[in-house]
Design a protein around this ligand. Structure first.
Ligand code: ADP
Length: 582
Protein backbone atom coordinates (compact mmCIF):
# COMPACT_ATOMS: atom_id res chain seq x y z
CA UNK A 1 0.00 0.00 0.00
CA UNK A 2 1.55 3.22 -1.07
CA UNK A 3 1.54 5.99 1.49
CA UNK A 4 -0.45 9.09 0.75
CA UNK A 5 1.48 11.18 3.24
CA UNK A 6 5.05 11.73 2.32
CA UNK A 7 6.97 12.79 5.33
CA UNK A 8 9.53 14.74 3.39
CA UNK A 9 8.64 15.56 -0.20
CA UNK A 10 9.83 19.03 0.71
CA UNK A 11 10.59 19.17 4.39
CA UNK A 12 10.80 22.51 6.01
CA UNK A 13 13.48 21.57 8.45
CA UNK A 14 14.40 17.94 8.01
CA UNK A 15 16.76 16.89 5.19
CA UNK A 16 15.15 15.64 2.01
CA UNK A 17 14.48 11.89 1.87
CA UNK A 18 12.17 9.66 -0.13
CA UNK A 19 10.95 7.60 2.81
CA UNK A 20 7.21 7.29 2.84
CA UNK A 21 5.04 7.19 5.91
CA UNK A 22 1.58 5.70 5.85
CA UNK A 23 -1.39 7.63 7.05
CA UNK A 24 -1.84 5.04 9.76
CA UNK A 25 1.66 5.69 11.06
CA UNK A 26 0.92 9.37 11.19
CA UNK A 27 -2.45 9.02 12.81
CA UNK A 28 -1.57 6.07 15.04
CA UNK A 29 -4.62 4.11 13.90
CA UNK A 30 -4.74 0.34 13.13
CA UNK A 31 -4.60 -0.80 9.54
CA UNK A 32 -5.97 -3.90 7.81
CA UNK A 33 -2.44 -4.73 6.65
CA UNK A 34 -1.36 -5.33 10.23
CA UNK A 35 -3.18 -8.70 10.10
CA UNK A 36 -0.88 -10.13 7.40
CA UNK A 37 1.43 -13.05 8.38
CA UNK A 38 4.25 -12.04 6.00
CA UNK A 39 5.90 -8.70 5.67
CA UNK A 40 3.84 -6.21 3.70
CA UNK A 41 6.21 -5.96 0.75
CA UNK A 42 6.67 -9.72 0.43
CA UNK A 43 2.94 -10.44 0.55
CA UNK A 44 2.31 -7.77 -2.02
CA UNK A 45 5.02 -9.18 -4.28
CA UNK A 46 3.61 -12.74 -4.07
CA UNK A 47 0.06 -11.76 -4.86
CA UNK A 48 1.01 -9.31 -7.59
CA UNK A 49 3.16 -11.98 -9.31
CA UNK A 50 0.44 -14.59 -8.94
CA UNK A 51 -2.21 -12.28 -10.31
CA UNK A 52 -0.29 -11.25 -13.42
CA UNK A 53 1.02 -14.80 -14.11
CA UNK A 54 -2.42 -16.40 -14.07
CA UNK A 55 -3.91 -13.59 -16.12
CA UNK A 56 -1.19 -14.15 -18.70
CA UNK A 57 -1.69 -17.92 -18.61
CA UNK A 58 -5.48 -17.73 -18.94
CA UNK A 59 -5.33 -15.25 -21.79
CA UNK A 60 -2.89 -17.44 -23.72
CA UNK A 61 -5.11 -20.43 -23.22
CA UNK A 62 -8.12 -18.47 -24.30
CA UNK A 63 -6.40 -17.35 -27.51
CA UNK A 64 -5.31 -20.93 -28.23
CA UNK A 65 -8.90 -22.19 -27.85
CA UNK A 66 -10.23 -19.55 -30.19
CA UNK A 67 -7.57 -20.48 -32.76
CA UNK A 68 -8.41 -24.21 -32.56
CA UNK A 69 -12.18 -23.62 -32.28
CA UNK A 70 -12.29 -25.38 -28.85
CA UNK A 71 -15.30 -24.32 -26.68
CA UNK A 72 -14.18 -21.93 -23.93
CA UNK A 73 -16.09 -23.69 -21.13
CA UNK A 74 -14.06 -26.90 -21.55
CA UNK A 75 -11.26 -26.46 -19.01
CA UNK A 76 -8.48 -28.78 -17.91
CA UNK A 77 -6.96 -29.07 -14.42
CA UNK A 78 -4.27 -26.46 -14.91
CA UNK A 79 -6.88 -23.98 -16.10
CA UNK A 80 -9.07 -24.71 -13.07
CA UNK A 81 -6.11 -24.11 -10.76
CA UNK A 82 -5.28 -20.90 -12.64
CA UNK A 83 -8.86 -19.65 -12.29
CA UNK A 84 -8.78 -20.27 -8.53
CA UNK A 85 -5.41 -18.54 -8.26
CA UNK A 86 -6.79 -15.60 -10.24
CA UNK A 87 -9.82 -15.27 -7.97
CA UNK A 88 -7.68 -15.58 -4.81
CA UNK A 89 -5.15 -12.96 -5.87
CA UNK A 90 -7.87 -10.65 -7.15
CA UNK A 91 -9.75 -10.87 -3.85
CA UNK A 92 -6.54 -10.19 -1.95
CA UNK A 93 -5.63 -7.14 -3.99
CA UNK A 94 -9.16 -5.82 -3.98
CA UNK A 95 -9.49 -6.35 -0.23
CA UNK A 96 -6.12 -4.84 0.50
CA UNK A 97 -6.45 -1.71 -1.56
CA UNK A 98 -10.19 -1.47 -1.18
CA UNK A 99 -10.19 -1.54 2.63
CA UNK A 100 -7.38 0.95 2.91
CA UNK A 101 -9.02 3.17 0.38
CA UNK A 102 -12.26 3.11 2.32
CA UNK A 103 -10.37 3.71 5.57
CA UNK A 104 -8.68 6.71 4.12
CA UNK A 105 -11.97 8.14 2.96
CA UNK A 106 -13.64 7.66 6.32
CA UNK A 107 -10.80 8.98 8.44
CA UNK A 108 -9.83 11.89 6.24
CA UNK A 109 -12.76 13.26 4.31
CA UNK A 110 -10.68 15.74 2.31
CA UNK A 111 -8.05 13.30 1.10
CA UNK A 112 -7.94 14.96 -2.28
CA UNK A 113 -6.68 18.08 -0.60
CA UNK A 114 -4.00 16.79 1.68
CA UNK A 115 -2.92 13.43 0.25
CA UNK A 116 -1.01 14.24 -2.85
CA UNK A 117 1.72 11.73 -3.58
CA UNK A 118 4.30 14.43 -3.86
CA UNK A 119 4.72 18.12 -3.99
CA UNK A 120 4.68 18.30 -7.78
CA UNK A 121 1.27 16.72 -7.77
CA UNK A 122 0.14 19.11 -5.07
CA UNK A 123 1.35 22.05 -7.04
CA UNK A 124 -0.19 20.77 -10.24
CA UNK A 125 -3.49 20.47 -8.41
CA UNK A 126 -3.13 23.98 -7.11
CA UNK A 127 -2.29 25.40 -10.48
CA UNK A 128 -5.35 23.66 -11.88
CA UNK A 129 -7.50 25.00 -9.06
CA UNK A 130 -6.20 28.50 -9.39
CA UNK A 131 -6.49 28.51 -13.15
CA UNK A 132 -10.17 27.79 -12.76
CA UNK A 133 -10.55 30.84 -10.57
CA UNK A 134 -8.80 34.15 -10.96
CA UNK A 135 -5.59 34.29 -12.97
CA UNK A 136 -2.17 34.98 -11.48
CA UNK A 137 -2.34 32.37 -8.77
CA UNK A 138 -2.72 34.75 -5.92
CA UNK A 139 -6.40 35.47 -6.21
CA UNK A 140 -8.12 32.61 -4.51
CA UNK A 141 -11.79 32.00 -4.28
CA UNK A 142 -13.11 31.31 -0.82
CA UNK A 143 -16.55 30.47 -2.01
CA UNK A 144 -15.82 26.89 -3.05
CA UNK A 145 -14.84 23.53 -1.50
CA UNK A 146 -16.68 21.58 1.12
CA UNK A 147 -14.99 23.17 4.13
CA UNK A 148 -17.55 25.92 4.63
CA UNK A 149 -20.20 23.23 4.99
CA UNK A 150 -18.13 21.66 7.77
CA UNK A 151 -17.65 25.08 9.37
CA UNK A 152 -21.38 25.72 9.38
CA UNK A 153 -22.20 22.33 10.80
CA UNK A 154 -19.71 22.54 13.61
CA UNK A 155 -21.80 25.16 15.32
CA UNK A 156 -24.54 22.62 15.94
CA UNK A 157 -22.71 19.32 15.89
CA UNK A 158 -20.28 18.76 18.73
CA UNK A 159 -18.96 15.55 17.24
CA UNK A 160 -18.11 17.33 14.06
CA UNK A 161 -16.37 20.11 15.97
CA UNK A 162 -13.99 17.44 17.23
CA UNK A 163 -13.50 16.15 13.70
CA UNK A 164 -12.70 19.64 12.41
CA UNK A 165 -10.14 20.15 15.16
CA UNK A 166 -8.53 16.83 14.33
CA UNK A 167 -8.57 17.79 10.70
CA UNK A 168 -6.87 21.09 11.50
CA UNK A 169 -4.21 19.16 13.38
CA UNK A 170 -3.61 16.94 10.36
CA UNK A 171 -3.31 19.98 8.11
CA UNK A 172 -0.90 21.68 10.47
CA UNK A 173 1.25 18.56 10.48
CA UNK A 174 1.18 18.46 6.69
CA UNK A 175 2.33 22.06 6.49
CA UNK A 176 5.10 21.50 9.00
CA UNK A 177 6.21 18.43 7.03
CA UNK A 178 6.14 20.42 3.80
CA UNK A 179 3.66 18.14 2.04
CA UNK A 180 1.00 20.84 1.88
CA UNK A 181 1.97 24.31 0.72
CA UNK A 182 0.93 26.97 3.18
CA UNK A 183 -0.18 29.30 0.41
CA UNK A 184 -2.89 26.87 -0.69
CA UNK A 185 -4.80 26.99 2.59
CA UNK A 186 -7.28 29.69 1.63
CA UNK A 187 -8.28 28.05 -1.62
CA UNK A 188 -8.42 24.58 -0.16
CA UNK A 189 -10.30 25.36 3.05
CA UNK A 190 -12.57 28.08 1.76
CA UNK A 191 -12.30 29.81 5.13
CA UNK A 192 -9.69 32.56 5.27
CA UNK A 193 -9.74 33.00 9.03
CA UNK A 194 -9.23 29.28 9.58
CA UNK A 195 -6.47 29.29 6.98
CA UNK A 196 -4.68 32.12 8.79
CA UNK A 197 -5.08 30.36 12.11
CA UNK A 198 -3.70 27.05 10.79
CA UNK A 199 -0.80 28.80 9.01
CA UNK A 200 0.05 30.69 12.16
CA UNK A 201 0.07 27.53 14.27
CA UNK A 202 2.26 25.73 11.72
CA UNK A 203 4.64 28.68 11.63
CA UNK A 204 4.90 28.67 15.39
CA UNK A 205 5.88 24.98 15.33
CA UNK A 206 8.36 25.39 12.47
CA UNK A 207 10.14 28.40 13.92
CA UNK A 208 9.66 27.59 17.57
CA UNK A 209 8.91 31.27 18.09
CA UNK A 210 5.94 32.70 19.91
CA UNK A 211 3.49 34.88 18.01
CA UNK A 212 1.57 36.00 21.06
CA UNK A 213 1.03 39.72 20.77
CA UNK A 214 0.26 39.51 17.06
CA UNK A 215 -3.55 39.44 16.99
CA UNK A 216 -5.47 37.00 14.83
CA UNK A 217 -9.09 37.70 15.78
CA UNK A 218 -10.92 40.86 14.84
CA UNK A 219 -9.84 41.05 11.22
CA UNK A 220 -11.70 40.27 8.02
CA UNK A 221 -9.30 37.96 6.21
CA UNK A 222 -11.67 37.53 3.28
CA UNK A 223 -11.26 41.20 2.45
CA UNK A 224 -7.55 40.92 1.72
CA UNK A 225 -7.72 37.72 -0.29
CA UNK A 226 -6.16 38.03 -3.72
CA UNK A 227 -5.76 41.79 -3.32
CA UNK A 228 -3.81 43.02 -0.36
CA UNK A 229 -1.78 40.35 1.41
CA UNK A 230 -0.86 36.72 0.91
CA UNK A 231 -0.17 34.13 3.60
CA UNK A 232 -1.70 36.17 6.46
CA UNK A 233 -1.03 35.07 10.04
CA UNK A 234 -2.52 38.08 11.82
CA UNK A 235 -2.30 41.82 11.62
CA UNK A 236 -0.21 44.60 13.07
CA UNK A 237 -2.00 47.25 15.06
CA UNK A 238 -1.08 50.86 14.42
CA UNK A 239 -2.86 53.54 16.42
CA UNK A 240 -4.71 56.20 14.47
CA UNK A 241 -4.68 59.73 15.81
CA UNK A 242 -6.57 62.74 14.59
CA UNK A 243 -4.94 65.99 13.59
CA UNK A 244 -7.04 69.04 13.00
CA UNK A 245 -9.35 70.46 12.21
CA UNK A 246 -7.43 71.42 9.13
CA UNK A 247 -9.11 74.38 7.45
CA UNK A 248 -8.35 73.93 3.78
CA UNK A 249 -10.06 75.65 0.86
CA UNK A 250 -12.83 76.73 3.23
CA UNK A 251 -13.56 73.20 4.53
CA UNK A 252 -12.60 71.58 7.79
CA UNK A 253 -10.97 68.17 7.83
CA UNK A 254 -10.09 65.88 10.72
CA UNK A 255 -6.98 64.17 9.38
CA UNK A 256 -6.41 60.53 10.42
CA UNK A 257 -2.77 59.66 10.97
CA UNK A 258 -1.58 56.10 11.65
CA UNK A 259 1.71 56.31 13.47
CA UNK A 260 3.71 55.12 16.42
CA UNK A 261 5.86 58.23 16.55
CA UNK A 262 4.99 60.26 19.61
CA UNK A 263 4.52 64.01 19.06
CA UNK A 264 3.69 63.64 15.39
CA UNK A 265 -0.07 63.93 15.63
CA UNK A 266 0.12 66.54 18.38
CA UNK A 267 2.59 68.59 16.39
CA UNK A 268 0.54 68.41 13.18
CA UNK A 269 -2.52 69.39 15.15
CA UNK A 270 -0.71 72.43 16.48
CA UNK A 271 0.12 73.40 12.88
CA UNK A 272 -3.56 72.95 11.95
CA UNK A 273 -4.53 75.23 14.82
CA UNK A 274 -2.14 77.95 13.65
CA UNK A 275 -3.50 77.66 10.11
CA UNK A 276 -7.11 77.74 11.34
CA UNK A 277 -6.55 80.81 13.50
CA UNK A 278 -4.97 82.52 10.51
CA UNK A 279 -7.98 81.96 8.21
CA UNK A 280 -7.06 78.61 6.67
CA UNK A 281 -4.87 77.28 3.91
CA UNK A 282 -5.56 76.96 0.22
CA UNK A 283 -4.27 74.45 -2.25
CA UNK A 284 -4.18 74.09 -6.01
CA UNK A 285 -3.88 70.87 -7.94
CA UNK A 286 -1.43 71.59 -10.73
CA UNK A 287 -1.36 68.25 -12.51
CA UNK A 288 -2.94 64.80 -12.26
CA UNK A 289 -1.30 61.99 -14.16
CA UNK A 290 0.06 58.58 -13.24
CA UNK A 291 3.04 57.33 -15.21
CA UNK A 292 4.52 54.10 -16.44
CA UNK A 293 7.63 53.86 -18.60
CA UNK A 294 8.47 50.63 -20.40
CA UNK A 295 11.92 50.07 -21.87
CA UNK A 296 12.19 48.78 -25.43
CA UNK A 297 15.29 47.87 -27.41
CA UNK A 298 16.11 48.07 -31.11
CA UNK A 299 18.99 46.87 -33.28
CA UNK A 300 20.25 50.41 -33.73
CA UNK A 301 19.96 53.76 -31.99
CA UNK A 302 18.48 55.11 -35.23
CA UNK A 303 15.53 52.73 -35.01
CA UNK A 304 15.01 53.72 -31.37
CA UNK A 305 14.97 57.35 -32.50
CA UNK A 306 12.43 56.52 -35.23
CA UNK A 307 10.00 55.30 -32.58
CA UNK A 308 10.70 58.31 -30.38
CA UNK A 309 9.81 60.69 -33.23
CA UNK A 310 6.74 58.64 -34.05
CA UNK A 311 5.47 58.70 -30.46
CA UNK A 312 6.14 62.39 -30.01
CA UNK A 313 4.52 63.42 -33.28
CA UNK A 314 1.22 65.18 -32.35
CA UNK A 315 -0.40 63.66 -35.43
CA UNK A 316 -0.06 60.16 -33.97
CA UNK A 317 -1.28 61.06 -30.50
CA UNK A 318 -4.97 60.61 -31.21
CA UNK A 319 -4.54 57.06 -32.48
CA UNK A 320 -2.29 56.13 -29.57
CA UNK A 321 -4.75 57.65 -27.10
CA UNK A 322 -7.62 55.59 -28.51
CA UNK A 323 -5.56 52.42 -28.16
CA UNK A 324 -4.38 53.34 -24.66
CA UNK A 325 -7.79 54.41 -23.34
CA UNK A 326 -9.33 51.03 -24.13
CA UNK A 327 -7.76 49.76 -20.90
CA UNK A 328 -10.36 51.45 -18.67
CA UNK A 329 -13.18 53.93 -18.82
CA UNK A 330 -11.16 56.07 -16.41
CA UNK A 331 -7.74 55.93 -18.09
CA UNK A 332 -7.08 58.89 -20.38
CA UNK A 333 -3.70 59.24 -22.03
CA UNK A 334 -2.16 62.68 -21.54
CA UNK A 335 1.25 62.31 -23.15
CA UNK A 336 4.30 60.21 -23.84
CA UNK A 337 7.79 61.45 -23.04
CA UNK A 338 10.68 59.50 -24.53
CA UNK A 339 14.36 59.33 -23.64
CA UNK A 340 17.04 57.31 -25.39
CA UNK A 341 20.02 55.46 -23.98
CA UNK A 342 21.86 54.06 -27.01
CA UNK A 343 19.60 51.55 -28.75
CA UNK A 344 17.18 51.57 -25.81
CA UNK A 345 14.12 53.75 -25.61
CA UNK A 346 12.21 54.64 -22.44
CA UNK A 347 8.60 55.68 -23.05
CA UNK A 348 7.08 57.54 -20.11
CA UNK A 349 3.30 57.39 -20.53
CA UNK A 350 1.20 59.77 -18.41
CA UNK A 351 -2.53 59.34 -17.94
CA UNK A 352 -5.35 60.36 -15.65
CA UNK A 353 -6.83 57.47 -13.67
CA UNK A 354 -10.01 58.76 -12.05
CA UNK A 355 -10.13 58.03 -8.34
CA UNK A 356 -7.65 55.16 -8.57
CA UNK A 357 -4.01 55.69 -7.75
CA UNK A 358 -3.69 54.14 -11.17
CA UNK A 359 -0.65 51.91 -11.41
CA UNK A 360 -2.64 48.94 -12.70
CA UNK A 361 -4.68 51.09 -15.01
CA UNK A 362 -1.71 52.82 -16.62
CA UNK A 363 0.13 49.52 -17.00
CA UNK A 364 -2.79 48.00 -18.89
CA UNK A 365 -2.94 51.03 -21.22
CA UNK A 366 0.79 50.85 -21.86
CA UNK A 367 0.51 47.16 -22.73
CA UNK A 368 -2.21 47.99 -25.28
CA UNK A 369 0.03 50.57 -26.97
CA UNK A 370 3.06 48.26 -27.00
CA UNK A 371 0.98 45.55 -28.67
CA UNK A 372 -0.25 48.10 -31.19
CA UNK A 373 3.25 49.40 -31.96
CA UNK A 374 4.56 45.93 -32.64
CA UNK A 375 2.83 46.01 -36.03
CA UNK A 376 4.73 49.08 -37.31
CA UNK A 377 7.87 48.34 -35.32
CA UNK A 378 8.27 44.56 -35.48
CA UNK A 379 11.95 44.91 -34.56
CA UNK A 380 10.98 46.49 -31.22
CA UNK A 381 12.00 44.24 -28.36
CA UNK A 382 10.01 44.97 -25.20
CA UNK A 383 12.48 44.46 -22.38
CA UNK A 384 10.18 45.38 -19.52
CA UNK A 385 6.87 47.13 -18.99
CA UNK A 386 8.59 49.16 -16.30
CA UNK A 387 11.99 50.56 -17.20
CA UNK A 388 12.37 52.71 -14.06
CA UNK A 389 11.90 55.97 -15.95
CA UNK A 390 8.36 55.95 -14.45
CA UNK A 391 9.66 56.12 -11.63
CA UNK A 392 7.82 54.12 -8.97
CA UNK A 393 8.93 53.84 -5.34
CA UNK A 394 12.45 55.09 -5.92
CA UNK A 395 13.91 58.54 -5.50
CA UNK A 396 14.18 60.01 -9.02
CA UNK A 397 14.57 63.47 -10.44
CA UNK A 398 12.03 62.75 -13.16
CA UNK A 399 9.22 62.70 -10.58
CA UNK A 400 10.55 65.77 -8.85
CA UNK A 401 10.70 67.73 -12.11
CA UNK A 402 7.87 66.28 -14.20
CA UNK A 403 5.55 65.19 -11.39
CA UNK A 404 3.82 61.86 -10.88
CA UNK A 405 0.31 61.31 -9.60
CA UNK A 406 -0.99 64.57 -8.24
CA UNK A 407 1.13 67.73 -8.22
CA UNK A 408 -0.11 70.10 -5.54
CA UNK A 409 0.92 73.44 -4.11
CA UNK A 410 -0.55 74.49 -0.77
CA UNK A 411 -0.11 77.82 1.01
CA UNK A 412 -1.20 79.84 4.03
CA UNK A 413 -0.46 83.19 5.57
CA UNK A 414 0.10 82.75 9.30
CA UNK A 415 -0.54 85.85 11.32
CA UNK A 416 2.41 87.16 13.31
CA UNK A 417 0.32 86.97 16.46
CA UNK A 418 -0.39 83.29 15.92
CA UNK A 419 3.28 82.62 15.21
CA UNK A 420 4.14 84.10 18.58
CA UNK A 421 1.27 82.74 20.70
CA UNK A 422 0.62 79.31 19.20
CA UNK A 423 3.95 78.46 17.60
CA UNK A 424 6.04 80.22 20.25
CA UNK A 425 8.50 81.68 17.78
CA UNK A 426 8.86 84.63 15.41
CA UNK A 427 8.36 85.12 11.69
CA UNK A 428 11.96 86.18 11.33
CA UNK A 429 13.34 83.05 13.03
CA UNK A 430 11.16 80.78 10.90
CA UNK A 431 12.22 82.41 7.64
CA UNK A 432 15.87 82.23 8.57
CA UNK A 433 15.66 78.60 9.71
CA UNK A 434 13.81 77.59 6.57
CA UNK A 435 16.45 79.19 4.36
CA UNK A 436 19.36 77.60 6.20
CA UNK A 437 17.80 74.19 6.86
CA UNK A 438 15.24 73.30 4.21
CA UNK A 439 16.93 75.11 1.32
CA UNK A 440 20.65 75.52 1.94
CA UNK A 441 21.09 72.53 4.23
CA UNK A 442 19.25 70.23 1.84
CA UNK A 443 21.25 71.62 -1.10
CA UNK A 444 24.46 70.88 0.77
CA UNK A 445 23.20 67.36 1.41
CA UNK A 446 22.50 66.89 -2.31
CA UNK A 447 18.81 66.31 -1.55
CA UNK A 448 16.46 65.08 -4.26
CA UNK A 449 13.05 66.56 -3.51
CA UNK A 450 13.94 66.71 0.16
CA UNK A 451 13.73 70.45 0.72
CA UNK A 452 11.48 70.12 3.74
CA UNK A 453 11.59 69.33 7.44
CA UNK A 454 9.57 66.09 7.65
CA UNK A 455 6.98 65.82 4.88
CA UNK A 456 7.39 62.04 4.82
CA UNK A 457 6.26 61.80 8.46
CA UNK A 458 2.84 63.18 7.61
CA UNK A 459 2.60 61.51 4.20
CA UNK A 460 3.36 58.06 5.65
CA UNK A 461 0.94 58.42 8.56
CA UNK A 462 -1.93 59.58 6.33
CA UNK A 463 -1.09 56.95 3.70
CA UNK A 464 -1.22 54.10 6.20
CA UNK A 465 -4.46 55.37 7.72
CA UNK A 466 -6.19 55.75 4.35
CA UNK A 467 -4.99 52.57 2.63
CA UNK A 468 -2.48 54.11 0.24
CA UNK A 469 0.64 52.25 -0.84
CA UNK A 470 3.14 53.25 1.86
CA UNK A 471 6.07 52.44 -0.44
CA UNK A 472 5.04 55.38 -2.59
CA UNK A 473 5.86 57.59 0.33
CA UNK A 474 9.26 57.97 -1.36
CA UNK A 475 8.18 60.16 -4.25
CA UNK A 476 5.00 61.37 -2.57
CA UNK A 477 7.12 63.07 0.09
CA UNK A 478 9.06 65.14 -2.44
CA UNK A 479 8.40 68.60 -1.15
CA UNK A 480 9.91 72.04 -1.08
CA UNK A 481 8.85 74.19 1.85
CA UNK A 482 9.12 77.94 1.31
CA UNK A 483 8.74 80.62 3.96
CA UNK A 484 8.70 84.36 3.51
CA UNK A 485 7.86 87.34 5.67
CA UNK A 486 4.88 89.25 4.22
CA UNK A 487 2.69 92.18 5.20
CA UNK A 488 5.71 94.32 6.06
CA UNK A 489 7.39 91.49 7.90
CA UNK A 490 4.48 90.93 10.30
CA UNK A 491 3.09 87.68 8.93
CA UNK A 492 4.50 84.48 7.52
CA UNK A 493 3.76 83.12 4.06
CA UNK A 494 4.39 79.38 4.05
CA UNK A 495 3.95 77.00 1.15
CA UNK A 496 4.62 73.38 0.34
CA UNK A 497 5.03 72.29 -3.27
CA UNK A 498 4.64 68.57 -3.76
CA UNK A 499 4.91 67.33 -7.37
CA UNK A 500 4.22 63.63 -6.91
CA UNK A 501 1.49 62.77 -4.43
CA UNK A 502 0.30 59.31 -5.43
CA UNK A 503 -3.08 58.58 -3.90
CA UNK A 504 -6.34 56.87 -4.73
CA UNK A 505 -9.70 56.36 -3.07
CA UNK A 506 -10.60 53.15 -4.89
CA UNK A 507 -8.57 49.96 -5.34
CA UNK A 508 -5.75 48.50 -3.29
CA UNK A 509 -6.00 48.88 0.47
CA UNK A 510 -8.55 51.68 0.30
CA UNK A 511 -11.51 49.30 0.41
CA UNK A 512 -10.48 47.62 3.68
CA UNK A 513 -12.75 48.43 6.59
CA UNK A 514 -10.41 50.57 8.73
CA UNK A 515 -8.84 52.44 5.85
CA UNK A 516 -12.21 52.99 4.27
CA UNK A 517 -13.47 54.47 7.57
CA UNK A 518 -10.59 56.97 7.54
CA UNK A 519 -11.37 57.95 3.95
CA UNK A 520 -14.99 58.34 4.97
CA UNK A 521 -13.97 60.67 7.78
CA UNK A 522 -12.32 62.89 5.19
CA UNK A 523 -15.37 62.70 2.92
CA UNK A 524 -13.40 61.08 0.10
CA UNK A 525 -14.37 57.42 0.38
CA UNK A 526 -14.60 55.43 -2.86
CA UNK A 527 -15.39 56.70 -6.31
CA UNK A 528 -16.62 60.25 -6.62
CA UNK A 529 -20.25 60.39 -7.72
CA UNK A 530 -19.96 63.94 -9.07
CA UNK A 531 -16.85 63.66 -11.17
CA UNK A 532 -14.44 60.72 -11.48
CA UNK A 533 -11.17 61.65 -9.82
CA UNK A 534 -12.58 64.36 -7.56
CA UNK A 535 -12.13 62.25 -4.40
CA UNK A 536 -8.53 61.28 -5.06
CA UNK A 537 -7.64 64.85 -6.05
CA UNK A 538 -9.17 66.17 -2.87
CA UNK A 539 -7.28 63.59 -0.85
CA UNK A 540 -4.04 64.80 -2.46
CA UNK A 541 -4.80 68.37 -1.41
CA UNK A 542 -5.55 67.19 2.14
CA UNK A 543 -2.20 65.40 2.24
CA UNK A 544 -0.47 68.62 1.15
CA UNK A 545 -2.48 70.63 3.72
CA UNK A 546 -1.48 68.26 6.50
CA UNK A 547 2.15 68.46 5.37
CA UNK A 548 1.89 72.25 5.52
CA UNK A 549 0.66 72.00 9.11
CA UNK A 550 3.41 69.54 10.00
CA UNK A 551 6.11 71.71 8.47
CA UNK A 552 4.87 74.79 10.25
CA UNK A 553 4.81 73.12 13.63
CA UNK A 554 8.11 71.25 13.48
CA UNK A 555 9.95 74.24 12.05
CA UNK A 556 8.52 76.36 14.87
CA UNK A 557 9.63 73.84 17.48
CA UNK A 558 13.11 73.86 15.98
CA UNK A 559 13.23 77.63 15.77
CA UNK A 560 12.13 77.90 19.38
CA UNK A 561 14.54 75.17 20.49
CA UNK A 562 11.57 73.12 21.72
CA UNK A 563 12.09 69.91 19.82
CA UNK A 564 14.02 68.02 22.45
CA UNK A 565 11.75 69.30 25.20
CA UNK A 566 8.53 68.20 23.52
CA UNK A 567 9.89 64.81 22.57
CA UNK A 568 11.02 64.29 26.15
CA UNK A 569 7.49 65.05 27.24
CA UNK A 570 5.65 62.78 24.77
CA UNK A 571 8.13 59.96 24.23
CA UNK A 572 10.19 60.15 27.33
CA UNK A 573 9.88 56.49 28.24
CA UNK A 574 11.67 54.93 25.36
CA UNK A 575 12.57 57.35 22.66
CA UNK A 576 16.01 58.52 21.76
CA UNK A 577 15.19 62.05 20.66
CA UNK A 578 18.38 62.29 18.68
CA UNK A 579 16.74 59.88 16.22
CA UNK A 580 13.62 61.92 15.52
CA UNK A 581 13.27 62.80 11.88
CA UNK A 582 13.49 66.47 11.34
P1 ADP B 1 -4.92 50.96 -9.42
O1 ADP B 1 -4.95 51.21 -10.91
O2 ADP B 1 -4.80 52.17 -8.59
O3 ADP B 1 -3.92 49.92 -9.05
P2 ADP B 1 -7.18 49.24 -9.55
O4 ADP B 1 -6.44 48.38 -10.45
O5 ADP B 1 -7.85 48.60 -8.41
O6 ADP B 1 -6.32 50.45 -8.99
O7 ADP B 1 -8.24 50.04 -10.46
C1 ADP B 1 -9.32 50.67 -9.95
C2 ADP B 1 -10.60 49.92 -10.31
O8 ADP B 1 -11.70 50.66 -9.81
C3 ADP B 1 -10.78 49.79 -11.81
O9 ADP B 1 -11.29 48.53 -12.10
C4 ADP B 1 -11.82 50.85 -12.15
O10 ADP B 1 -12.62 50.49 -13.24
C5 ADP B 1 -12.64 50.91 -10.86
N1 ADP B 1 -13.24 52.21 -10.60
C6 ADP B 1 -14.50 52.42 -10.22
N2 ADP B 1 -14.75 53.73 -10.06
C7 ADP B 1 -13.62 54.38 -10.33
C8 ADP B 1 -13.24 55.75 -10.34
N3 ADP B 1 -14.09 56.72 -10.02
N4 ADP B 1 -11.99 56.04 -10.70
C9 ADP B 1 -11.12 55.09 -11.00
N5 ADP B 1 -11.41 53.79 -11.02
C10 ADP B 1 -12.65 53.42 -10.68
Amino acid sequence: MEARWRSSAKPVQAPKTTKTVSFEEVSGKASSSEALPLSLHLTNAVFFSLFFSVVYFLLSRWREKIRTSTPLHLVNLSEIVAIFAFIASFVYLLGFFGIDFVQSLILRPSTDLWNSEDEEENEALLRKEDARKIPCGQALDCSVTSAPIISAQKVVDEKLVKLTTEEDEEIIKAIVAGTTPSYSLESKLGDCKRAASIRREALGRITGKSLSGLPLDGFDYESILGQCCEMPIGYVQIPVGIAGPLLLNGKEYSVPMATTEGCLVASTSRGCKAIHLSGGASSVLLKDGMTRAPVVRFGTAKRAADLKFYLEDPENFETLAVVFNRSSRFARLQGIKCVIAGKNLYLRFTCSTGDAMGMNMVSKGVQNVLDFLQTDFPDMDVIGISGNFCSDKKPAAVNWIEGRGKSVVCEAIIKGDVVRKVLKTSVESLVELNMLKNLTGSAMAGALGGFNAHASNIVSAVYIATGQDPAQNIESSHCITMMEAVNEGNDLHISVTMPSIEVGTVGGGTQLASQSACLNLLGVKGASQESPGANSRRLATIVAGAVLAGELSLMSALAAGQLVKSHMKYNRLSKDVSKTSS
